[in-house]
Design a protein around this ligand. Structure first.
Ligand SMILES: Cc1cc2nc3c(=O)[nH]c(=O)nc-3n(C[C@H](O)[C@H](O)[C@H](O)COP(=O)(O)OP(=O)(O)OC[C@H]3O[C@@H](n4cnc5c(N)ncnc54)[C@H](O)[C@@H]3O)c2cc1C
Length: 302
């Protein structure tokens, strides 16, 4: 394993911001997590590939993240390198009905570009606080739509350093799962979406309506990672948790939201261990009282 300080120095020459011993609470929407040894924030696709190649050459463990909005990083933090894509400024290209962008593009920006171009299909994603890379990895979805419906292809970096473009039909996209969630040593570099011609006012109305519903129903005023658990077949996680009278249940600042029982929130300076304990308590209670096994949707790291 390489010496971390000299490795971090070697990255500084790239088009890449470098942070040393950076708390993951700054890089995740749950606002918890211990320090990462090094956080690299590349400026574009070329810089992202360079950083990964250097980490591979130095046998340094690395993890690529987007906006950290589906991550629960443990209090011990992360050894090696975290590569965060939110600094990527590659241009978003619109060609007829096809929109392509880098992995670090925020879904909000992508949805706004689709709106400006009168292209419909991505409205469901407006308000999901992630990047395109994170959304493809998770096959993010809401209000009846999911990435699978609009994604046409993805360009990725393979573990042996090749850049490949693959058709979305080859990516095993299903409920909150993709080829990438089963093969996390691939890095998503960019994605292409095929949308439909639409009417700008109608697209805007739908986006505003969905954002309004989020604000009404979700505890957006507190740090969280969205829905904590996946929807079990035939049920809704939030309804099961509410049925077990767990709304407002709190462990050291981690709380089952009063507004939406499907969300665990960081109500008052919780750490990751409090959130994990609460998640375990929820799982055990729901299993005991309803017989249903809940599976986390948030990715627990490491
Ligand atoms: C308030 C709130 C509301 C939410 N609502 C929804 C919702 O309606 N629907 C929904 O599906 N989700 C929702 N989420 C969860 C989350 O926003 C999504 O899962 C989102 O797609 C994650 O994107 P991200 O960029 O933050 O990814 P991260 O959380 O940073 O990463 C998620 C996973 O993707 C991997 N990854 C990220 N980028 C890359 C890349 N370029 N290459 C390879 N792997 C990569 C990471 O390693 C990690 O395993 C919500 C979260 C919050 C906080």
């Amino acid at each position: 394993m390489t010496d971390l300080t000299s490795f971090a120095e070697s990255l500084k020459s790239e088009k890449c911001e470098i942070l040393i011993n950076s708390p993951m609470s700054r890089h995740t929407s749950f606002r918890v997590g211990g320090n990462a040894d090094i956080v690299a924030i590349p400026e574009n696709i070329a810089a992202l590939c360079d950083v990964i190649r250097k980490a591979e050459d130095s046998s340094l463990p690395y993890m690529v993240i987007g906006n950290g909005s589906n991550l629960l990083v443990r209090d011990c933090g992360l050894r090696g390198l975290v590569i965060k894509t939110t600094g990527m400024k590659d241009e978003i290209k619109v060609n007829g009905n096809v929109v392509s962008c880098s992995a670090g593009t925020s879904l909000t920006r992508l949805c706004n570009i689709a709106l400006e171009s009168s292209l419909s299909g991505l409205e469901f994603a407006y308000g999901i606080p992630g990047t395109v890379g994170g959304a493809v990895f998770m096959n993010a979805g809401a209000y009846g739509g999911e990435m699978k419906d609009v994604l046409s292809s993805v360009t990725h970096l393979t573990p042996d350093g090749r850049i490949e473009t693959v058709d979305a039909s080859e990516l095993s996209l299903s409920y909150r799962k993709s080829f990438y969630s089963e093969n996390s040593n691939y890095t998503i570099l960019s994605a292409e979406f095929t949308l439909c011609d639409g009417n700008k006012e109608d697209i805007k109305l739908k986006m505003d309506d969905l954002m309004g519903r989020r604000k009404d129903k979700q505890p957006l005023e507190y740090p969280s990672a969205g829905s904590t658990f996946k929807r079990p077949e035939g049920y809704f996680a939030g309804a099961l948790i509410e049925q077990c009278n767990l709304k407002g249940f709190n462990i050291r600042g981690a709380e089952v939201s009063e507004k939406h029982a499907g969300f665990v929130i960081n109500k008052d300076n919780a750490d990751a261990s409090a959130i994990l304990e609460l998640m375990e308590h929820i799982k055990e209670t729901v299993k005991k009282e309803t017989g249903v096994t809940l599976e986390p949707e948030v990715r627990i790291i490491p």
